[in-house]
Ligand binder design. Sequence first.
Ligand code: ATR
Length: 279
Amino acid sequence: MSNSDFYAVFGQPIHHSKSPQIHQLFAQDTQQIMDYQAQEVSAGLFKKSVTDFFEKGGKGLNCTVPLKELAFEFATELSPRAQCAKAVNTLILQKNGCVLGDNTDGCGLVTDLTQNHAIALKQKRILILGAGGASRGIIQPIMQQVPQKLVIANRTIEKSIALALEFKSLGKIEGCGFKDLKGQSFDLILNATSASLSGQLPPLPNNLIAENGVCYDLSYGSEPTIFVRWGIEQNAHKSLDGLGMLVEQAAEAFYLWRGVRPNTHAIINVLKQKSPEQI
Ligand code: ATR
């Protein structure tokens, strides 16, 4: 290990993570001297690995699947958005030795939508597919944009209803099953299920996308995901994957650690030109 400040991403599996390359590009862009590595860490070894990391002088950590809930429990302090998400993807060592837990996922999504793709969320009808951890992390940042309404549809209806109830103080949020979507249309459909990862598509009715409506998959891959392809087939105005969200959530973590914001546009373009095998 060099003498520079060091950071890491913990997860399992982690070998395909783009985060080391993204943070290396951020560091170059902002002229920061720092080191960032990916480390395979199981849930069982999480607490020990994080404790060791900070004891050795690590300044900050990203945590990904399946460790975000454990990182939430580990943090000695929590940002309001981490408290809402009940999950932490960024740990920041504070000057007083405390470890602050934050969640930059939802902010990364909203930045990608509103700034990179010029998609305003205000007064829009928004649908989230899925009611797991990925959905939970994006609800508060979406509601801050004051949509007309937010519907959460899930295979297990009880989970989407419970999630909608949990966040009801933030505005108009409904929970339902996929069948209940028939006859409705939305300006923005966000796929936060893990179905894309296994090449599956939730059972969605036709005509779900409003005129000029946008589809966005929180997942990404070297090829368009099955949900992105569905959006194109259904004539969405735009059908996007989550690469921009990945870079923007990383940029927010980088800002929390280093106090400077990298040029994410340029870096998203670099990543788009490379296949995952090259990264
Ligand atoms: P994550 O942290 O990625 O959100 P998760 O908490 O396990 O992972 O949640 C996965 C989500 O994807 C859930 O909403 C799940 O639906 P259930 O709650 O009914 O299990 C959804 N999901 C996974 N595979 C799916 C599929 N093939 N079709 C539809 N929904 C699916």
